[in-house]
Design a protein. Structure first.
Length: 119
């Protein structure tokens, strides 16, 4: 089984996941939110900012994705450990599947804090 086939099988095995196309690449979404793409040559996935920064700083196989500062890229030819990729895909899936209410709640809390300081 190729890396791309393993990626597809893994991603589609996660709950509420679907496959579509994104700029000609296979795109994997949880609900409506994209968490990984693969164009046959490279894998792109999103991570928490600190996680993406650490991965790029410590492993030269990984680079930053130009369209998203929290997304990272690895060429399929550089994949040496499928378990590592599976763990990162799971982290990307978990990040994408977080309910939006938490993010909005934080934004509202920051807005309230700024309003209180201005008074």
């Amino acid at each position: 089984m190729t890396v791309a086939e393993k990626l597809r099988a893994f991603c589609l095995g996660l709950p509420d996941t679907s496959e579509s196309s994104h700029f000609g690449s296979a795109a994997f979404k949880v609900g409506k939110k994209l968490f990984a793409t693969c164009n046959g040559e490279q894998i792109v996935l999103g991570l928490e900012p600190d996680h993406a920064d650490a991965l790029i700083a410590n492993d030269p196989r990984w680079t930053r994705y130009a369209r998203d500062p929290n997304a990272v890229v690895i060429h399929i030819a550089d994949v040496t450990d499928w378990d590592e990729i599976a763990d990162l895909l799971r982290a990307s899936y978990d990040l994408a599947s977080k309910p939006k209410a938490k993010a909005n709640g934080k934004a509202k809390a920051k807005t309230k804090a700024k309003t209180k300081r201005k008074k």
